[in-house]
Design a protein around this ligand. Structure first.
Ligand SMILES: [Fe+2]
Ligand SMILES: [Fe+2]
Length: 287
């Protein structure tokens, strides 16, 4: 069932998945340069009219609730920041890539709703934790992408999914089942995709470690934040199909510094925020 280096085998398959559009790769490259100016970023986005249109659509979506319509890319970048625009480009590319993915045994609508909820809540937890405003959108995108490996599994192994979901429905843990059938998990597979696509290290760390916060390294705060948001959603009707999550470990909560009051505050108007964010997902290409 499992081969000696299953992850390597899967990675060779991932290499066959489409790359991110070249323009998105360029956006990531420019945005990762701390000296990059808004004009430089705008110039690489402008080369791709589809990307330009999508980014402007996202900027003007209900998610940001800006008072005026923004039609100029430079202005959008100055208003929302280089980091946010980079994240918009990544999310539209990634979500768009998998917008047609479906499988009869997997509730894909529930899946995207879960990703969206984890995105919204990760950002809200980050706000409670007083994360620098410039990085809040990064938490949103990290939450949005944390389970991206799951859609890769559907794309690459549709034939195995029936049997896998049978086991999950009978009560087995999703990750154990993935390990048994594929020799790898959606965390590892998602991280391999992230590396293939050259998205930033912190996002890859979240994808790889969101179920195993004990190994969180350089990006511990972001990994733990998404880990907590994921657990909350799985326990509150916003779960990933097939995910049975245990409660968060007290030492993880303590390490992150997220107290019950902050959790209550962050989750108080989750439904409303989720509605706004759903428009984001629609604009980005899924749902
Ligand atoms: Fe997960
Ligand atoms: Fe999840």
């Amino acid at each position: 069932m499992t081969t000696m280096f299953p992850v390597d085998k899967i990675i060779s398959q991932i290499d066959k998945l489409p790359s991110l559009p070249t323009s998105v790769g360029k956006v990531i490259e420019v945005a990762n340069n701390p000296k990059a100016s808004p004009v430089e970023l705008s110039n690489v986005i402008k080369i791709d009219p589809v990307l330009t249109a999508k980014v402007l659509k996202l900027v003007n979506s209900a998610y940001f609730s800006l008072p005026d319509q923004i039609t100029n890319l430079n202005r959008a970048i100055i208003l929302l920041g280089i980091n946010t625009i980079k994240n918009l480009a990544i999310s539209t590319a990634v979500v768009g890539q998998f917008s047609k993915t479906k499988h009869k045994r997997f509730d894909i609508d529930k899946y995207w709703k879960h990703c969206m909820a984890v995105a919204v809540l990760s950002k809200k937890f980050a706000q409670q934790l007083k994360v620098d405003k410039r990085f809040l959108e990064e938490y949103f995108i990290a939450g949005l992408l944390h389970d991206i490996g799951e859609v890769v599994i559907i794309e690459l192994f549709p034939d195995k999914l029936d049997q896998m979901m049978n086991k999950v429905d009978a009560g087995a843990g999703l990750e154990e089942v993935e390990r048994e059938f594929l020799g790898s998990t959606h965390s590892e597979i998602g991280a391999a995709l992230g590396r293939h696509w050259k998205i930033s290290e912190n996002l890859i760390a979240v994808i790889e470690e969101h179920h195993d916060p004990n190994i969180a390294g350089d990006f511990a705060q972001m990994v733990l934040t998404v880990h907590m948001a994921n657990i909350y959603c799985n326990q509150n009707n916003l779960g990933m199909p097939g995910c049975h999550t245990a409660a968060a470990a007290p030492e993880i909560i303590a390490k992150l510094g997220l107290d019950p009051g902050m959790i209550a505050e962050a989750t108080s108007n989750l439904d409303e925020e989720l509605n706004k964010a759903t428009s984001f997902l629609k604009t980005a290409g899924a749902a």
